[in-house]
Write a protein that binds this ligand. Structure first.
Ligand SMILES: [Zn+2]
Length: 364
């Protein structure tokens, strides 16, 4: 009792002592530069995550076009953004980090290419990072956020009729290029800025969080999870009882394949993280198993190594030890999921070696 009292007394004394430390004087000019630097650090991290996530999603959407109920000539492999989509305080840093080498003080600029996926229609067309998009299919592309919408609409209208003409500005040159989009699943994709570790599917869209991007260790692991979410959409697992409202805005960067869609209830990863409960309906465990099985095929068909990727499920167990069980529980068993994915990976390997079609087995 006495010791408790002494500790309390100390705490009170310290609190009452006031501030005596002489703090360093921070130079205002340095502070301004540091703010800019930190915007750049943030945007570099976000850009890298966006490129990785968009690439994995786009490759899965392309490789599995024949499995999707809706597919079209949507895959260009080009990611574009514009400064107007970023908050005004980030625009100078955004141009630098996202590779816009010109128009340094031009706030309302047209979208420019910030990434091209290797071996894609974009690379075939000769598009390069920094290219400013002036026109698509003969239609002029406007400035600011409007430009992004116009670019997407022009691509959408022209897609399916062979090569799409694009006029770009590269340095002082104007170039006329032609990109031929390939068939891909017609789902939107978004990277949600949230440090929660999760991914979602709502029937029309796939979303992954920035927290998930930090959690996965390889593109293979991400592909397994994106495959899982894609499978929820393809298999019609939309769960109206799952309440996962999307809050907060996504940063204004999007790709040519990325369309914003209405966000409703979403089927999650079957994880319980930070108190949130995802996919806890009676039939959700069946959904999760089916999405794991079919999604593993989707990832493998896009060329990812699914055998090593199963390890991500063991790390889910670390996040959510309540999911470590043999049967029952409100969440799918991480033990059973891990073993089932490993077995699926072997089943896929056998089909690849045999040279047959790599398609999921179905019940008679
Ligand atoms: Zn799921």
């Amino acid at each position: 009792m006495r010791s408790t009292f002494s500790i309390l007394a100390c705490v009170l004394l310290t609190a009452c002592a006031g501030r005596t430390a002489l703090l360093p004087d921070v130079d205002n000019r340095l502070a301004i530069a540091e703010v800019e630097k930190q915007h750049e650090i943030f945007l570099t991290d976000y850009r890298d995550q966006l490129v990785l996530a968009s690439t994995v999603f786009a490759e899965l959407a392309r490789a599995n076009a024949d499995s999707c109920p809706k597919a079209g000539p949507l895959y260009t492999g080009m990611l574009a953004t514009n400064a107007g989509g970023f908050p005004s305080v980030q625009r100078v840093a955004a141009r630098k980090v996202f590779g816009n080498v010109e128009g340094a003080n031009d706030v309302d600029d047209q979208p420019w290419v910030f990434s091209v996926i290797p071996n894609s229609p974009a690379t075939d067309a000769g598009l390069a990072v920094g290219d400013r998009i002036l026109a698509v299919a003969g239609q002029d592309i406007g400035n600011g956020v409007r430009g992004q919408t116009e670019m997407m609409a022009a691509f959408g209208a022209a897609a399916g009729a062979g090569p799409v003409a694009i006029t770009v500005k590269r340095g002082t040159e104007k170039l006329s290029l032609a990109v031929t989009p390939e068939r891909a699943c017609d789902y939107g994709f978004a990277l949600r800025r949230s440090e929660r570790i999760n991914a979602f599917a709502d029937g029309s869209k796939v979303e992954v969080t920035t927290g998930l991007l930090r959690f996965v260790r390889t593109p293979d692991e991400l592909a397994l999870i994106v495959g899982h979410e894609l499978a929820h959409n393809v298999l019609g697992h939309r769960d109206s009882a799952t309440q996962n409202a999307v809050t907060g805005g996504l940063i204004g960067a999007s790709g040519a394949l990325l369309a914003a869609g209405p966000l409703g209830a979403m089927v999650g990863l079957g994880l319980a993280v930070q108190g949130a409960t995802y996919g806890a309906r009676a039939n959700s465990q069946e959904y999760e198993s089916e999405a794991d099985y079919v999604g593993t095929y989707y990832a493998a068909r896009a060329g990812y190594n699914v055998k090593n990727a199963a390890d991500v499920i063991r790390r889910f167990a670390v996040l959510d030890p309540g999911a470590i069980h043999l049967r029952g529980g409100t969440h799918p068993s991480t033990a059973l999921r891990f073993l089932a994915i490993e077995k699926t990976a072997q089943e896929i390997r056998n089909k690849q070696v045999a040279g047959g079609a790599v398609v999921p087995n179905v019940r008679d």
